[in-house]
Design a protein around this ligand. Structure first.
Ligand SMILES: *Cc1c(COP(=O)(O)O)cnc(C)c1O
Length: 476
């Protein structure tokens, strides 16, 4: 059930924005959103324009301003359903998928994933508050982080969410905090994160599973951790966690991981720990360019589930542990596009043609941080033939502020709406105010309706945090 868009060769004269539109015969609900370049509802309308969620993208920009994040509700919901349904289909034990909020944390997104039966993973007090305010139930929230503050640990305990313990300092602090609670007779349930020691071939900065990582306990110290937990009456170790990395297309790492983790579970049980959850983290990749070929959500879950079942059989476990996973990018990455307005252009004879947009590294730091690749279309000229390979540059004072190096685009002019695809993950959540540029708004689109879910920042918002000491004003 792999749905792919028709991929044409990278010959700029043969291509146009239409080539990224889905033309598969599969019903929308069966297409794995992480395998698409555009959101599932993307269409060409009668005005030669791109439409998402029943809304004309060019009109959305006229109405809500530029740049604009446009989030397609149906794509996000479909990805949630694929995780939920695949777990139910391929894993006979209990299971839960939680959305890694760091990919895009805001109330609307948390409310949507919760309404589809998923939980969230949070890594800060404010991400926690966002999930709780949006109605995510505390028993479906896990709290991550390699340097949680004491206050964050207290917030987590007070809210009743499960802390995923990362290191010794935290383990000792938690043991104490748990022992000081009013209901200290009931041990505080926690999970423990280990570095799995599994390599995968993604960009170095998004590898977390190899041994030299800042996240989680070193597996060599596992016995000591389990021994400490077995002697600490205030804590109950209910689960084990590992996360390999991100934007992974290979399935082998997630065949190996459950096998490694079931071994850990057996060791934990030797220490009489009540471990019954295995949390394999996130990591499934998405299609950013036609060269990317990630497995579908269903196929990824099937791989993990099979490997869990096999490992449990081999270990002679009579009951399957609860299986958790924490997808971020593959839930929301392909559900969103960023619409920019084209401005100045520059030709360096014999070298490059630059077209500049009204955003860049402040709203999408991934190209400059990870050399990530993206694809774009011109929303108001969807059927125009691509005539040039251009460099789409951002407007920031940084030569590396390039959104796309070789974008096959039609002739563009100032005022055209350039849409960059696959910007749902790690764009809004990593956005900055570099050059004191206010961050874009985000709209959620569905059935021809658009709702603002992130209001556009204004220059006044930025000035609001700025203080000029009196002695500097008097000198003027
Ligand atoms: C980043 C992260 C995730 C989500 O990763 P994706 O690649 O976005 O799916 C899940 N769990 C943990 C612990 C993470 O650090």
């Amino acid at each position: 059930m792999v749905a792919t868009s028709p991929i044409e060769p990278q010959n700029p004269t043969q291509t146009s924005g239409q080539r990224y539109l889905v033309s598969s015969d599969l019903p929308l609900a069966e297409r794995s959103p992480n395998q698409e370049l555009l959101p599932l509802t993307a269409k060409l309308n009668g005005r030669d324009r791109l439409e998402i969620g029943g809304c004309d993208v060019t009109e959305l920009v006229e109405r809500y301003g530029s740049p604009l994040y446009i989030l397609d509700e149906l794509s996000l919901r479909t990805a949630c359903r694929h995780y939920r349904d695949a777990l139910a289909k391929h894993y006979p034990g209990e299971s839960l998928a939680v959305f890694a909020s760091k990919a895009w944390s805001c109330q609307a997104v948390a409310a949507i994933v919760a309404s589809e039966g998923l939980g969230t993973d949070v890594v800060s007090g404010c991400e926690l508050q966002t999930s709780l305010t949006a109605g995510v139930s505390a028993d479906r929230i896990v709290f991550h982080g390699n340097n949680k503050s004491r206050r964050e640990l207290e917030q987590a305990i007070a809210a009743g969410v499960t802390v995923i313990v990362d290191n010794w300092l935290e383990l000792e602090t938690l043991a104490k905090l748990a022992g000081d609670r009013a209901d200290r007779d009931r041990p505080l349930p926690v999970m423990v994160r280990f570095t799995p020691g599994i390599e995968c071939h993604t960009h170095e900065y998004i590898q977390t599973g190899h041994i030299d990582s800042k996240f989680g306990f070193d597996p060599d110290g596992m016995r000591a951790v389990f021994e400490f937990l077995s002697k600490t009456a205030s804590l109950a170790c209910i689960g084990l966690h590992a996360h390999i990395g991100s934007q992974i297309f290979e399935t082998q790492p997630h065949v190996d991981l459950p096998q490694v983790m079931v071994g850990w579970l057996q060791l934990a049980r030797e220490f009489d720990l009540p471990v019954n959850t295995i949390n394999v983290g996130g990591g499934l990749g998405i299609r950013y360019t036609e060269a990317d070929d990630p497995p579908s959500i269903d196929a990824w879950i099937e791989t993990v589930a099979k490997s869990m079942k096999t490992a449990c059989e081999r270990a002679g476990l009579t009951e399957l542990p609860r299986l958790m996973c924490e997808p971020g990018r593959s839930l929301i990455g392909s559900a969103c596009v960023t619409a920019y307005t084209v401005g100045s252009q520059k030709t360096v004879p014999g070298l490059s043609h630059y077209i500049t947009v009204d955003g860049g590294m402040s709203d999408n730091p991934r190209p400059i941080t990870y050399q990530s690749l993206y694809r774009a279309v011109v929303a108001n000229k969807m059927t125009a033939e691509a005539t040039q390979a251009v460099t789409v540059a951002g407007k920031h004072c940084e030569s590396g502020d390039v959104v796309i190096k070789e974008a096959a685009l039609p002739d563009t002019e100032p005022g055209d709406i350039l849409v960059v695809m696959g910007t749902g993950a790690y764009n809004y959540s990593m956005a900055s105010n570099y050059n004191r540029i206010a961050r874009p708004a985000a709209v959620l689109v569905e059935g021809g309706e658009a709702n603002v879910i992130i209001a556009r920042e204004t220059d006044e918002d930025l000035m609001r945090f700025d203080r000029l000491p009196a002695r500097l004003t008097s000198a003027r």
